[in-house]
Design a protein around this ligand. Structure first.
Ligand SMILES: CCCCCCCCCCCCCCCC(=O)NCCO
Length: 360
């Protein structure tokens, strides 16, 4: 990825489309979050680099675009006022800390952090697009790549960053996230496992509300909890398979050893299906159940499979996986970032912010 230039604070603090730089992918900058600090102080090191007012404008724009219904906003304001009922610790206090220390509305932060849980159900308005691949590379390492595609991709690019979560002065796990999003959608625990989440739209919004009322986890806060607590691939797969989430989801997990890879298909309260890598050299998930054919209007699965087969296991490495994730329509107008990671090799972790994505 050396051809791409580094992002800087100025670039990351930009929140308006018209300030988006030219058609070139940019390396995401890394910030440290010290998990030994009290939760209310953990994000100070990150937010001090940004203008809180710019962030508030950006987050309100995102929320407005995603959650137009006054009813949903009303419900989420309720969640903000009863934060501890819906958001587990330490996440509730981390959100309070960001809100208090940088004078950002707690309701705005909570809304932003629950956007996935409120939008993952059967509907036709949001384009689906996200691709995760776990593969064995030519050196015998498990590598894991993902494109994070989202409707408001242009705005999210300016908020994209890598976070080095540390304990006792050492990296516990790495993640890629958006400023203010304290869950983890993409991350790696060195020597143990990597994980990415892809959206699964099934059921209806009331099932998600019911699941929240029953005390289920906000989906990507669960992924972060698993990165913090699980010691290895097996434990991560077990926790991600059996812990209830507010929304349905696909969890894609890579291990540190050959054969360790899984696509976990989740309903809110149950494991729906699991595909294990075993003797395959790769597994790939987009946004459709593996046992169903993808729809003709959005077949990123077959495009991804064709690109993987063209490279072949004998040539696969992090650069080639990045190229596979850059083949349209796997790479598309909604792609915000591409992360390549490997639980077997911490040096592989790299996130490119996809300013080079095709325009509409
Ligand atoms: C205060 C937080 C600020 C940023 C909020 C951004 C929320 C983004 C949530 C992204 C969730 C992504 C889920 C998986 C990606 C995927 O499958 N996308 C296809 C569906 O659009």
């Amino acid at each position: 990825f050396n051809q791409y230039r580094l992002a800087n604070d100025e670039l990351l603090s930009m929140t308006k489309d018209e300030t988006t730089p030219g058609k070139e992918a940019v390396s995401a900058k890394t910030y440290i979050v010290n998990l030994d600090l009290p939760p209310m102080e953990r994000w100070n090191n990150v937010f001090q680099h940004f203008n809180p007012e710019d962030f508030t404008v950006a987050i309100r724009t995102l929320i407005h675009e995603f959650l137009p219904s006054n009813l949903v906003i009303y419900i989420l304001e309720e969640v903000a006022s009863e934060l501890d009922r819906y958001i587990p610790q330490p996440f509730a206090d981390e959100l309070r800390g960001i809100s208090n220390n940088f004078r950002i509305g707690l309701g705005d932060l909570v809304l932003g952090n629950l956007v996935y849980d409120l939008s993952a159900f059967t509907h036709s308005t949001f384009p689906r697009a996200c691709t995760s691949i776990v593969a064995l590379d030519k050196m015998g390492r498990i590598i894991h790549g993902r494109n994070l595609d989202y409707l408001i991709g242009k705005k999210l690019k300016a908020l994209t960053m890598q976070v080095d979560y540390q304990k006792n002065g050492k990296t516990l796990f790495m993640a890629t996230t958006y400023l203010g999003y304290i869950g983890v959608i993409t991350g790696t625990k060195n020597g143990a496992f990597s994980v990415s989440g892809d959206q699964r739209n099934t059921g209806n919004i009331f099932e998600n509300f019911l699941s929240a009322l029953n005390g289920s986890w906000p989906t990507f806060m669960l992924q972060r909890m698993v990165l913090e607590d699980a010691k290895d691939y097996q434990e991560a797969v077990a926790l991600l398979s059996r812990t209830s989430t507010i929304a349905p989801v696909y969890f894609i997990v890579g291990g540190a050893k050959p054969g360790e890879g899984a696509i976990i298909v989740r309903d809110q309260a149950h494991l729906r299906n699991i595909t294990l890598m075993d003797n395959r050299w790769y597994i790939l998930e987009t946004n459709y159940d593996p046992w169903n054919a993808p729809p003709k209007f959005d077949d990123r699965r077959d495009a991804g499979i064709a690109a993987m087969n063209k490279v072949g296991r004998e040539n696969m490495d992090p650069e080639e996986l990045y190229k596979v994730l850059s083949v349209p329509p796997v790479f598309n107008t909604h792609t915000t970032y591409t992360t390549i990671m490997s639980a077997a090799d911490p040096n592989v972790y790299r996130t490119m912010i996809r300013y080079d994505a095709p325009s509409d």
